[in-house]
Design a protein around this ligand. Structure first.
Ligand SMILES: [Zn+2]
Ligand SMILES: [Zn+2]
Length: 442
């Protein structure tokens, strides 16, 4: 074989190895290298991509691993100064992103196209899994020490766009959420990206994603912030004909509930309690949106519309003791510690949002338990009595049923939650009356 190949031009050899790296043909690649070990340092003709670039961009984890064992340049750049990590993040190749980060790839490199980092790439293309792992690497790496984690999250590209700007512009609500949760500044304004002085809310208005707008508003984005040409996000949404977004951004529309992130106990919430409260906040805001959007031609899509009716059957299954004593509408899902009193996520949120501190004053009065007035040390997920006791909070089934709860029509999630146990036990979002009567031990 070697003899045959040597007759062919070296260009052909190169094409061979790049093709093999792209397709993940590791054996073919090894054969080529036996023939000519220098091929490992080849670059592609036009973009000057290394084999590592090609393999990472195509998610060929075996090739990436093999190349890394041969100590190729981890942070080598192509013609556009893109690293293999950037290309893997751009294409959402999570296993390669993970491998490269683990091998110590530099997350603080900037390309020469738009001055963007791997974090920008993950946010722009909406790969939330890649975004998360880059952020968690940044927390523990030297970047956190030398640059500061908050600075990294808010890192700007050549035109002043932060990853949050890009995620908002490209309609990536999950990335918007993750970035905000990691300390992205909701009111950062750009230099030249979009229009000068745009906030993420301006760019979400331009992109037209209601979900992004809802996330940003819940984190306190300012509807009255003007860009350098004097436009508020509302005007941007109108200009781009996103009527539903404009309705929410209209400064005369009702204010949304805002997540009280500065409260100490909120920032230290356990993850499950936090998920419940965040969902409750989003539900409450969606309910407000309905009022705002009523009379316009826009409404919020509710994909699980039909589920609502089917869950009705299990309404009577709810145990009296699980009912929230404040609203008598929802199930207690949150427990106050140390006193142990319980209430629903909606009431907890109402309590916290009511006590939203003034950001200009340093002193924060944490809310107290509405039942006994003792200080709230922590909020945790309540263990429900009756049939839901055995639910593992980490199970994917619970997430599934939560999702259907979240999507259920209207803010009254009582029906959804009361069906919780049954739904989880069956791993299905639908429960019919007949199914409830049937017992497995027949
Ligand atoms: Zn309640
Ligand atoms: Zn209490």
């Amino acid at each position: 074989m070697g003899q045959n190949m040597s007759c062919i031009s070296s260009n052909h050899h190169e094409n061979g190895v790049f093709k093999a790296a792209q397709l993940g043909h590791l054996d073919a690649l090894k054969l080529e290298f036996e023939d000519d070990p220098s091929l490992i340092f080849q670059f592609s003709l036009y973009d000057r991509n290394s084999l590592l670039h090609i393999a990472a961009a195509n998610g060929q984890i075996d090739v990436v691993s093999w190349l890394l064992e041969r100590s190729v340049n981890l942070d080598g750049v192509n013609r556009h100064k893109q690293t293999p990590l950037m290309l893997a993040a751009m294409h959402g190749k999570i296993s390669c992103v993970e491998k490269l980060l683990h091998a110590g790839a530099n997350i603080l490199m900037f390309d020469s196209l738009r001055g963007r980092t791997c974090l920008h790439y993950a946010a722009y293309y909406g790969h939330s899994d890649c975004l998360k792992i880059i952020l968690s690497t940044a927390r523990t790496s030297h970047v956190a020490l030398s640059w500061g984690f908050a600075r990294f999250v808010n890192i700007r590209d050549g035109k002043g766009a932060t990853p949050l700007h890009l995620a908002a512009r490209q309609r990536r609500p999950e990335c918007v959420h993750i970035l905000l949760d990691n300390g992205a500044l909701v009111c950062a304004s750009t230099g030249g990206y979009g229009y000068p002085g745009s906030t993420p809310l301006h760019l979400a208005a331009r992109g037209g994603s209601l979900d992004c707008i809802r996330e940003l508003l819940a984190w306190g984005a300012d509807r009255l912030h003007r860009d350098e040409s004097g436009r508020i996000p509302y005007m941007v949404a109108l200009k781009h004909k996103h009527g539903g977004c404009a309705a929410l951004l209209n400064p005369s529309a009702a204010e949304p509930l805002v997540w009280p992130s500065p409260l100490k106990f909120i920032s230290e919430l356990n993850p499950e309690a936090k998920i419940l409260l965040e969902r409750a906040l989003m539900e409450a805001n969606k309910e407000r949106e309905k009022t705002i959007l009523k009379g316009t031609n826009y409404s919020i899509a509710s994909p699980s519309h039909s589920d609502g009716g089917e869950i009705d059957d299990s309404l009577s299954e709810a145990s009296e003791s699980d009912l929230c004593c404040i609203c008598f509408d929802q199930i207690c899902t949150i427990e106050v510690q140390d006193c142990g009193h319980r209430m629903c996520a909606h009431c907890t949120l109402a309590l916290c949002c009511h006590n939203k501190p003034n950001p200009t004053t340093a002193s924060v009065n944490p809310p107290v338990c509405p039942f006994c007035r003792s200080n709230i040390a922590r909020l945790v997920v309540a263990n429900l009595s009756s049939e839901t006791e055995d639910i593992d909070l980490n199970s994917s089934k619970l997430r599934k049923s939560r999702r259907s709860w979240n999507l259920s029509e209207g803010s009254s999630s009582f029906k959804g939650i009361s069906a919780f146990g049954k739904m989880s036990a069956r791993g299905s979002g639908r429960v019919s009356a007949d199914e409830l009567i049937d017992k497995p031990n027949e």
